[in-house]
Design a protein around this ligand. Structure first.
Ligand code: BEZ
Length: 304
């Protein structure tokens, strides 16, 4: 049995159709069918129910799929990591969600560069969902994001929980409030959530915070990204809910108010390829914790 057989079988099982799987694999359908047949002969069991349309897996097929996928993920990780080890100069590619750039990310990267000037650090802004894909494809080595995923090929460390705040137009009646705000106070305001795609996203975390409080906001508009939401707030078009880091953006015409609800928090996550234990990653994690210590932030330390 070769890796090719695993890759072909996973494509057929996921597409539930030989024609689509062959297109995805950029091969013709007859050789694809032959390879699957070879695999079944080698294993001595049927993986696909004969004549089923859309195609259905046998129990053995489902078992094989569940184990073949993580194996293929590991092979892909192995490629990205071996290439990294083999490079003479040390590099670290970091993916980050936009909100972190207005908060602690610059301090953390500075600290890391001061401690490890020999490592070339590159930064790319991307959503958490895109970070997972980029990690698997070896385009980044670490992602700072917010959305949990159950992907077995990714290791996630929850760095801390960050409070959500309301961004409201300065001059808005809520901006004059002295006491803290509750999600209930925002229910009838035009609310901008971001990003529109890919989902799940920070938009879903904001809506989940409302639903945890048994609330459904009246007027929700999805916008492409944080900067658009902030621009619309500054223009007086409505309000947005953002992580506290965004307060560092110092947008003209925007006031920020703490939200006091119990569920109005967004995690900051450190994601890496599951098998990757490179010193660069350990050192990055140490840089994060040292900035947290300097700022007296509460967190639970985890090891890579
Ligand atoms: C944070 O806000 O906790 C954070 C931001 C960027 C990278 C790591 C942590």
């Amino acid at each position: 049995m070769e890796l090719r057989h695993l890759r072909y079988f996973v494509a057929v099982a996921e597409e539930k159709n030989f024609t689509r799987a062959a297109e995805r694999l950029h091969i013709a359908q007859p050789p694809l069918s032959r390879q699957i047949q070879q695999l079944e002969e080698y294993l001595g069991v049927a993986l696909i129910e004969k004549g089923s349309r859309p195609l259905r897996l046998t129990e053995a097929g489902q078992f094989f799929l569940a184990h073949a996928k993580p194996l293929l993920d590991q092979v892909r990780d192995l490629k990205a990591m071996t290439q990294r080890v083999g490079k003479l100069e040390r590099t670290l590619s970091v993916g980050f969600v936009a909100s972190t750039l207005y908060g602690l990310l610059p301090d953390i990267i500075r600290r890391y560069r001061e401690r490890h000037p020999e490592v070339e650090v590159t930064l790319q802004e991307m959503t958490t969902v895109d970070q997972l894909k980029a990690l698997k494809e070896g385009r980044i080595d670490v992602g700072f994001g917010r959305i949990k995923s159950e992907d077995p090929s990714i290791r996630r460390i929850r760095l801390r929980d960050e409070r959500m705040v309301a961004a409201v137009p300065s001059g808005h009646r809520l901006a004059q409030r002295q006491e803290g705000l509750r999600l209930l106070d925002l229910l009838h305001e035009p609310l901008f959530v971001y990003p529109k795609a890919p989902r799940p996203s920070f938009a879903d975390q904001v809506l989940a915070a409302f639903s945890e409080a048994n609330l459904v906001p009246d007027h929700v508009t999805e916008v492409r990204e944080l900067q658009i939401a902030m621009g619309l707030v500054a223009a007086g078009q409505g309000i947005s809910i953002v992580p506290e880091s965004v307060v560092g953006m110092h947008h003209r015409n925007v006031a920020y108010l703490q939200i006091e609800d119990k569920y109005a928090f967004s995690p900051v996550l450190f994601s890496v390829r599951h098998m990757d234990r490179s010193p660069e990653l350990e050192n990055m994690l140490a840089a994060v914790y040292s900035i947290y210590d300097d700022m007296n932030l509460s967190y639970e330390k985890e090891r890579l």
